[in-house]
Design a binder for this molecule. Structure first.
Ligand SMILES: C[S@@+](CC[C@H](N)C(=O)[O-])C[C@H]1O[C@@H](n2cnc3c(N)ncnc32)[C@H](O)[C@@H]1O
Length: 299
């Protein structure tokens, strides 16, 4: 491979035309973890915001680069950019730092010898929690806990049966509870993030479960479902994006049969009611607590 690109770096106006996308958040992308060490000439990276995930990504990218290969990595200053140069130094890489209004960008050449690469990879890898047995990975949503909004939805979910889907399944916290219901005959778990899908697959060893690495907004092959459950995302690329949750609601309505139900949780301030009322016949606020609201909507 000549060039790889991780994510959609904002400062690269002219990315290498042959660059292979390797971000786990781009469905269909190549798998960064599987790249042959020292096989890539050039890498352009929008570094993830989470410190462990960022260092894991940098370690994998550096491992894939040939000695002498070019690295161009950037991040918003407040989302890890300010620490990039130091983190690269920790891997034995000196870089030239370019500061833009909101971003830091580091340009470097991969030296012959790296340090701390395997430690960085191990710290961010998919792992099984020894106490709970749950498979998870730093960088996934609420990767080391059950999100309080998800927990609230779990406490109020009722009457699920038949064929359903979990939109934005994460590592499968919600899916595990759904599949505990015997009347559920099939559950399709969908996430934009390959690592979430992989963790969910390991956490839900159940013949009724099927898994899709896909963008819910562009799904077309789900129809006539009895139910959809979701804790919809409302951030895209680090910024709040209410349209994302609204798109999840629209797609749920399109995927359900008449009479089918959407169960969702949202932060109380998020304005989903207009979208819900337009797409569903009845919308029932089930509970508001701890800053969240649970909604049951029937098509
Ligand atoms: C708020 S988290 C909920 C995760 C899990 N269901 C839970 O309750 O813990 C939202 C999830 O949606 C995923 N996601 C974000 N945008 C998506 C999209 N366009 N299509 C599918 N999944 C998406 C994220 O990767 C994340 O796992």
């Amino acid at each position: 491979m000549n060039s790889l690109i991780f994510g959609r770096p904002p400062l690269v106006f002219d990315p290498p035309t042959d660059a292979v996308q390797v971000s786990p958040r781009v469905p269909g992308a190549a798998v960064l973890e599987d790249l042959v060490p020292e096989s890539v000439d050039q890498a352009v990276v929008l570094a993830p915001a989470g410190a462990i995930e960022r260092q894991y990504t940098l370690a994998l990218v550096l491992r894939a680069l040939k000695p002498g290969g070019r690295l161009d990595v950037m991040a918003p200053k407040t989302k890890g950019g300010a620490r990039l140069a130091k983190e690269l130094k920790g891997f034995g890489v000196d870089c030239e730092v370019v500061s833009k209004a909101h971003h830091k960008r580091c340009l470097a050449t991969r030296p012959q010898t790296l340090s701390g690469i395997e430690t960085g990879i191990a710290a961010g890898a998919l792992r099984q929690d020894p106490e709970s047995g749950i498979w998870t990975q730093p960088g996934l949503f609420a990767w080391d806990r059950v999100d309080p909004g998800t927990a609230l939805l779990i406490r109020h979910l009722e009457g699920l049966k038949g064929r359903g889907a979990d939109f934005g399944c994460g590592y499968g916290a919600l899916g595990r509870v759904v599949l505990a219901q015997e009347a559920v005959t099939e559950l399709t778990l969908i996430d934009l993030d390959r690592r979430a899908v992989e963790a969910a697959r390991r956490n839900l060893d159940d013949p009724r479960a099927r898994f899709l690495w896909a963008d819910v907004r562009t799904l077309t092959d789900l129809a006539d479902l009895d139910f959809v459950v979701a804790n919809p995302p409302f951030h895209d690329g680090g910024a709040e994006d209410r349209a994302l949750g609204q798109a999840f609601i629209d797609r749920a309505a399109k995927s359900l049969r008449t009479g089918g139900t959407l169960w969702m949780v949202a932060n109380r301030h998020l304005p989903y009611e207009t979208t819900l009322n337009a797409a569903f016949k009845t919308v029932r606020p089930v509970v508001e607590a701890e800053g969240y609201k649970i909604i049951e909507a029937k098509k």
